[in-house]
Ligand binder design. Structure first.
Ligand code: CP
Length: 309
């Protein structure tokens, strides 16, 4: 592998990372996992660095793991939420970022309901930007932690068959996961109602689209479940939630037809009884909490590679 250098680089999407860069981040995150366990994640070079976390959309996992990673790395942290910032007085996101830049900050982490805002900021200011989820577009750090979770369990992505089931249309995780899986050599299948799986997803390299999980469950090595993203839905995509659950909620009995070593994953937040029956989330092949744990390692490693190495 050639020498990879992410110093000073923005992480706007998986689309902007190549295979070697993704694997490099995964390797560094794996190394950081043990440092996190030992609570010895201490890098003096990062102590003078300041990060601003701009979370303009709700978040539990992403926000808390970024903040914890920044604390483990010894950085100075400013947290800004939309409702308590001057955005409510009419200031634009770009002007907000430019004003913060005048305070000598070194990094911006941003989550925003509008696709493309991190990309716009990266052109407007001269410090790295990490996209913590932009609208329906990308969620690169989620995809990286998903890839780390899969790599830990399966070792390699070649010949791996990964299914993604649910509201694909409104999912930034689906887009980032598909891009990452394809770059790493896995085969991707989408499962859900046609109304929630637009044809253009095939252009990302998806092998096949299924309307019934029963038709594909036996060949999958990994199944990633996605929630209904109602906050982004602007139309009627299924007759009723009851109808959706009847056809697309993963039942424990369906898992009896799956490979014994299938991985069940979900980016969270989960809706027990909708994406899957409650028992599925407690199933011994569920990796959902492992994903959350890996999120801390991915975000620590990424910040270190961008600012500290
Ligand atoms: N997976 C994810 O982005 O979760 P949060 O919305 O809680 O950050």
């Amino acid at each position: 592998m050639c020498r990879i250098n992410l110093k000073g680089k923005s992480i706007l999407g998986i689309a902007n990372l190549n295979k070697d860069e993704i694997l490099y981040i995964l390797d560094k995150a794996q190394e950081f996992l043990s440092l996190i366990e030992e609570k010895s994640l201490n890098f003096p070079s990062l102590k003078d660095k300041t990060v601003v976390n701009l979370f303009f959309e709700p978040s539990t996992r992403t926000k808390s793991s970024f903040e914890l990673a920044e604390k483990y790395l010894g950085m100075k942290i400013i947290n800004i939420a939309e409702k308590t910032s001057s955005l409510v007085k009419g200031e634009t996101i770009k002007d907000t970022a430019k004003n913060l830049r005048s305070l000598n900050i070194d990094l911006i982490v941003i989550r925003c309901a509008f696709s493309g805002v991190p990309h716009m900021l990266s052109k407007a200011i001269d410090i790295p930007i990490i996209n913590a989820g932009d609208g329906m577009h990308e969620h690169p750090t989620q995809a990286l932690l998903d890839m780390l979770t899969i790599k830990q369990e399966k070792g390699d992505f070649k010949n791996l068959r990964v299914g993604i089931m649910g509201d694909i249309l409104h999912s930034r995780v689906a887009r980032s996961d598909i891009l990452a899986l394809k770059k790493l050599g896995a085969e991707v299948f989408l499962i859900g109602p046609n109304t929630l799986i637009p044809e253009f997803f095939k252009e990302l390299g998806v092998s096949e689209i299924f309307n019934r999980i029963e038709d594909v469950i036996d060949i999958l090595d990994v199944l990633i479940l996605l929630r209904m993203q109602r906050e982004r839905q602007r139309g009627i995509y299924y007759p009723s939630l009851r109808e959706y659950i009847k056809y697309f909620s993963l039942r424990k009995e369906i898992l009896n037809k799956a490979k014994k070593d299938i991985m069940i994953m979900h980016p969270g937040p989960v809706h027990k009884g909708v994406e899957a029956e409650a028992e599925v989330f407690d199933f011994d092949r569920s990796f959902i909490l492992k994903q959350v744990k890996n999120g801390l390692a991915i975000r620590s490693a990424l910040i270190y590679l961008i600012l500290g190495e």
